[in-house]
Design a protein. Structure first.
Length: 180
């Protein structure tokens, strides 16, 4: 693989005008945003910068860019509680045993006990765990949830959380520090 091909496979983190990480784009899209003035380079410590050359120009593309234009924010609503969305949220994994086979939906507090069909009461469960739990709460069945069910996050917020976690891990690796 050539160095040029290697550079073209890089991805760049895009920040909003108020420095919120909002997405990741390929380097070609980042170059277009920089050349059209819709974005500016963000220079932070320990950030890689790639030089992209054309016959008439050399452009430096940093690992992070910031939009200079204000885009229209598309409205986002929490999706309805459906089998597809619950499976996606739970990463297609039983929330009791971790299995990825024969998945069903389970109401943490059963509907017959006053539970509701809401994001914080529905989880993915394999058939075996769902039958074992039956019409009981997880505590009554002696079962523990792997994660607390909650509604999906706005995609931008989810991206920002992931970005800052990665940055923290990166800084810990650089400094050799681990908070334990």
């Amino acid at each position: 693989m050539t160095a040029a091909t290697n550079v073209l496979e890089q991805s760049i983190v895009v920040f909003s005008q108020n420095y919120l990480p909002i997405s990741r784009v390929n380097i070609k899209r980042a170059i277009v945003l920089l050349l059209t003035g819709k974005a500016e380079p963000l220079r932070m410590m320990d950030v890689r910068v790639w030089q992209v050359r054309s016959p008439s120009r050399v452009i430096e593309v940093p690992e992070h860019i910031r939009l200079t234009i204000k885009g229209k924010e598309r409205p986002w609503r929490v999706p309805p509680v459906t089998r597809r969305e619950v499976l996606r949220r739970d990463h297609y994994t039983c929330q009791y045993c971790g299995s990825t086979h024969n998945l069903t939906l389970d109401h943490v507090i059963p509907l017959s006990r006053g539970g509701s069909h809401t994001w914080d009461n529905v989880v993915t469960a394999c058939e075996r765990c769902n039958q074992r739990k039956g019409d009981r709460t997880p505590e009554e069945a002696g079962m523990v949830l792997r994660s607390k069910p909650r509604a999906p996050l706005h995609p931008t917020v989810a991206f920002a959380e992931q970005f800052w976690r990665q940055q923290q891990t990166r800084q810990e690796q650089i400094s050799g520090y681990s908070p334990s």
